[in-house]
Design a binder for this molecule. Structure first.
Ligand SMILES: [Zn+2]
Length: 342
């Protein structure tokens, strides 16, 4: 089972070991209190209901044998100590030192691993999504914030203390926009969903409603605050102000990617998360900046693409991380690898 604990939702599903989409898919809201018992109870309840729903789904699909659940992989937003199974810190949610693995093990009896959510998403895209067949995959998740992950030779790269790949906090402009981490000019302060909405508010402001729009949300006529989703939707429709905002976002993303590509030499970059729904409107300017700034041999064979798994990447990858840990315990050391995607 893969469980993805994000800032607003917990998503979970049973991930078939060999192939196939998640079954028993469950989504519930993340408790916003910093209360450890409430979080533990929500997590355990999600695991239990996913088990039941997944087994029912499999029976309905004609599975003859009972579904055996090997264990639970959690991907959680924040700084994670995988060895102890503890979420060390998520300042936005006010969570500190939460023993998430123990919460699952003690309440369900299932073995459990814990991974950072963006590392999990990277492993998910490598295992079952847009990163399949990649030797060195860099994955950036553009959601509320910006997460990063690196999968090298089929293994997630964790760094010395499991905290690697906080790629949202590489510096784009030392005197630039204020970032939630306390520093200025981080990549996240420009390209996250929240940052795009904040930049839209500054550059464009609320947009007049009126009754001429084609979006349902504009039917009421009042002024509309531009969220990242609305910016992307308007850009796709050809709105010039929103198009140029997405273009600039793509260029800043390209600056960040250029540094990361020069440091890491990936053969594929997957841009995931809901901001990536902008597709080539976002990625074409990124690719152009990378072309200008990265030395040619490092760009050879490099692809920059959007994710394939949508909001299931974290759960799929969290389950993958569990399976990987279990196989390493058995001396196998790698996940079963699917065919390369075009
Ligand atoms: Zn930062």
């Amino acid at each position: 089972m893969g469980v993805d604990i994000g800032g607003s939702s917990i998503r979970a599903g049973l991930i078939p070991v060999e192939s196939g989409p998640p079954v028993g898919w469950k989504v519930r809201s993340t408790p916003q209190s910093g209360d450890e018992d409430e979080v533990a109870a929500a997590l355990a309840e999600t695991v239990q209901s996913t088990l039941e729903a997944g087994r029912a789904d499999r029976r309905e699909a004609g599975a003859v044998r009972d579904t055996v659940v090997l264990g639970v992989g959690i991907g959680a937003t924040g700084l994670v100590d995988g060895e102890r199974g503890v979420l060390v810190e998520n300042s936005r949610l006010g969570w500190t030192q939460m023993p998430l693995s123990d919460a699952v093990v003690s309440r369900t009896g299932l073995p459990c691993t814990l991974e950072n959510d963006a590392n999990a998403a990277a492993l998910g895209e490598w295992w079952r999504g847009a990163g399949r067949g990649s030797k060195c995959l860099l994955c950036l998740t553009l959601g509320t914030g910006v997460g990063g992950g690196l999968v090298w030779a089929g293994q997630p790269f964790r760094g010395a203390r499991g905290l690697a790949c906080e790629m949202g906090h590489i510096c784009i402009d030392p005197g630039g926009r204020q970032c939630g981490c306390g520093a200025r000019g981080c990549l996240e302060a420009y390209v996250s969903g929240d940052a795009i909405a904040a930049r839209a508010a500054e550059v464009i402001g609320p947009v007049g409603g009126g009754f001429g729009g084609t979006e349902g949300e504009e039917a009421g006529g009042g002024p509309i605050v531009l969220t990242a989703r609305r910016v992307v939707r308007r850009a796709r429709r050809g709105d010039p102000a929103c198009k140029s905002l997405v273009q600039e976002t793509g260029e800043v993303l390209g600056l960040g990617l250029a540094s990361l590509i020069s440091a890491l030499n990936p053969d594929r970059v997957v841009v995931a998360g809901r901001v990536a729904r902008a597709g080539d409107l976002l990625l074409a300017p990124s690719r152009e900046v990378v072309r200008q700034r990265v030395m040619e041999p490092m760009r050879r064979g490099l692809e920059i693409v959007t994710g394939h798994l949508g909001n299931q990447a974290g759960s799929v990858g969290a389950a993958g991380a569990f399976l990987l840990a279990e196989r390493q315990g058995e001396g196998i050391g790698a996940l079963p690898e699917g065919p390369r995607v075009a």
